[in-house]
Structures are given as structure tokens and as C-alpha cells.
Design a protein around this ligand. Sequence first.
Ligand SMILES: [Zn+2]
Length: 391
Amino acid sequence: MKALTFTLLAALLTSAGAYTVQKGDTLYSLARAHNLKVEDLRRLNNLTSDNLVIGQQLRFSASEPLAPASPASSAPSGFTLTPPPAGSAAAPTTAAPVPVPERPVSLPDKANSVIVKPGSHFAIGGVNVELPSVLSMGDAFVVRLMGEQAQNVVVRFPSELGEDVRQPNEALTPYGAAGVYLVPGRVVLGKTTPVIVELTLGSEVVRGIIPLRPRPGGPVVHLRLAPQVAEKLTDPGKAAEDALVNKAYLSRGLPRWTKPFTAPLSSQPIPGSFGQSRTYTPGSPVVYHYGADYLAKSGTPIHAINDGTVVIAGNYPTRGNFVMLDHGGGVTSLYFHQSRLLVKVGQQVKRGDVIGLVGSTGIAEGAHLHLEVRVRGEATQPAEWFNRLWP
Ligand SMILES: [Zn+2]
């Protein structure tokens, strides 16, 4: 499959001088495939949007001719909002979503740096460090630090550099008490290369490498949104809505929860809904679905998945009536498409509190809850959080 992808890429490149965007391509996957950063690809092609359109021409170096103006994309900016409608409207195809070739990790040599084996425990300045032994895209995880100096360790994820991710390689200080400190991490959807964790304590620097297990991607699901729903994708209020949410993702601070996370509804989410590759209208770009969708009757109470502060509660064009809770620690949860909101901005909620009722506002065809759990703004698999204090 991978070999076929490469062959296809090469053929497309040599025949036209520029690359023609295929079904499943994302700016991120193409940047990875060509050892470029997403921003390089944007600059080389004068892109004003991260959304690609099938058939669009791209170049990967300044010497390749730039194709005529790319079709302007008016598609959703990645977060996506509806379950496949019941019946035959959602037509899965066999196209593979987002092929991303592996790239070997090469790090510049750095004094005092140690590359540790995956899954091993190691120490820095007397602080014991535990990392997960393997991860998949969409995972949330924690770096666990134990020892007197644990709270003085600075943690970064340098593998995020070059990823299409918010605040890559941010310097993070651990949260905790009693000699056990944690830093949450996220594996962005689309990632296939190892996660690199860098720990700094005084002059000592240690790096850990966590391999990535491929996550079996389902087929691309092609939704055909009704015109009156699809037009919300280009609502003039969408940019302000996204800006509000993006600003709220920047919140950090200490975790405000003390008990395990819990599900928002008693029903189970639609299997495979988190991380699904989708299109919304015929020919629109393939995008990831960043939440888990729960089918439920309109009016079903929605419960806060943990303690937090209400940072957004209002009606917006694409997410509909939605609530965003800031749980501290860079962790937020979002509840879309509600029929009624029962909390206000600034309110403190407790785990299990009813924050609103299920509905079908925003980009939704039928009543459901779209739940997102994000780490520093990047979507993680919600189910991984339930019944645990940390993923
Ligand atoms: Zn959804």
C-alpha cells in the first residue's frame, strides 16, 4: 500500500511538474512526505487555507512551476461536527485516509543528551521518569516524574516541531504533589512518526522516544450534508467562532479535577466516530472528525465529564449551542449541538453536573452530542479519559 502510494506520488509529480491533490491528502501528510514543514508548503504555494481540494496543484520546491491559482477552499477547518446520518447518506469508500510515509527521526546532537529506549524507565538528576511504551495518533498520555526535583523538570515535545499542531514544543512544567508530577501529552491526528520527549533539569537534558503504533484508519466517509446545513460551513461568523475557541485552548493552570473523568451520557458513542476521515459535501477536502458522537434523543441531559470552569457557553454557527469547560492542566472538553444550555460563562461545574441538553444545532443532521477532549487544543480520544484521573 505504502509502495503504491509512493509510486503514485512519483508519477503524479513527474508528469505535471506539480503535484495533484488526491483524496485523503492533507497539508500535513504531504509536508511529511516531502520532508517539509506545513508552513513551507503554505508559503511555496501561497496558500491562505489549510484545506486542500482534490485536483488542486501543489509544488514542493521553489524550482517547480507553481500551478495556476488553487481553488479556494471553503471547507471546515478540521473540527467536524456531524455523525453519519442514518440510512444511506453516508457512503464509505475504500480510499485509504491520509497516507503518511514514515520518516526516520534525526535529532541534532546535544551535550548531555541521552536517547533512551522505548518504554524504559530512566532518570534525570535523581528524578525517575516513566513514559508510555507505545502510542497511536489521537492518544492522550502522561509523562510521569517521581522524585524530589520532579517539579523542576521542564518537559518539551520537540517532535511536534513541523507538525500541524498548536503551540509545538512548548516548555511545560509538571503538575502534582507528594513527589509525583505529571505532564500531559497529545498525539495529533495524522501523526505517524515517534513522539520525542525532552526533559531538562539544570544543565542535564534527556530525551525519550516513544514509537507510534499505526492506528487502523477506516474508510473515508462521504457525508452529503443537506444544503441548509452545508451552508453553515461558510457562515461569516465561523472565523470569529474559531478564534474564540482557539483563544480558550491557550489556557493552562493547575488541574481542577480530583476524581476520574466520566462519560457525558449513559449511552456509548458511535464506534469509530473519533478520528474518522470525512468529507462533508461532494468533492470537499477530507478532514478528521475531532470528537466522539453520541446519538441521543433531543433533550437528553449532558453531564460535565469532570470539574471545570465554563469558558464558552453560547450559540455559534458551526458548533451550535455549545459549552467549553476548562479543566486546568491544558485539558478542555467541548459539547456541541445542544438544544439548550444550562450553564453560563464563568460558572464552576462539578463532574456529573448537567450542563445542557442534547440537540441538533449548528452543523448537525439529527440530535446527537459531539464531545471533544483536547490537550492544549489538540483532539484526543475521549474514551481514553473515562474512569481515569489521567489518560
Ligand atoms: Zn461530531
